[in-house]
Design a protein. Sequence first.
Length: 213
Amino acid sequence: MIIAIDGPAASGKGTLAKRVAIHYGLRHLDTGALYRAVARDTLAKGGDLTDARAAAMAASRLDAATFDDPVLRSAGLGEAASVVARHPDVRAVLLEYQRDFARVEPGAVIDGRDIGTVICPDADAKLYVTATPEERAHRRFLELKEGNAGIEERAVLADIRARDDRDRTRDIAPLRPAEDAALLDTTNLAIDAAFRAAIDLIEAAMGRAGRAG
Ligand code: CDP
């Protein structure tokens, strides 16, 4: 069973994906972490993020044991990830990794930008999670404030808008809902309500009825 969860920055897809994976006993892959790790490793080697060869080299040498490195969640690496994510060679290397992950039984919940459209077009259920840019900026601001007291919400909103724009307008695998994705707007939903709505949409997509407990 494969569940694809896509959406823009800070839409809540990561938190949802984790809970959905636990609910169904599936593995979870945060594909944003892969792009963030490529950016981290390119920079660590003194490479330029716009250099497709340097970034593709970093992608081909990724170490899965570092995907939970807390540094990956920094705002700077979110931006940097969206720069390396534009290189077709980077996406080609990561595509293999993601499909291999998805193939392992009993299946997975995979979150990202192009899971329903490119990585797993035959997923059993697809969700596209959104929220207004202001709400997303507020959530990300609260998250980032923990480690950086000087951060400003206005600056976070500007970053989110710039990243949305870069992700939506790139030539390869742009951020967009798959035609058969169910839309979930979490602007006015707390995490529990968003989770219940997600389960209802997934059950409906699989032709089943039922609510999360
Ligand atoms: O957590 P947040 O939504 O801020 O970002 P993320 O999911 O960690 O993704 C970071 C960046 O990686 C995105 O802005 C995209 O440019 C890129 N990305 C992508 O191109 N394709 C994916 N499947 C996942 C992430």
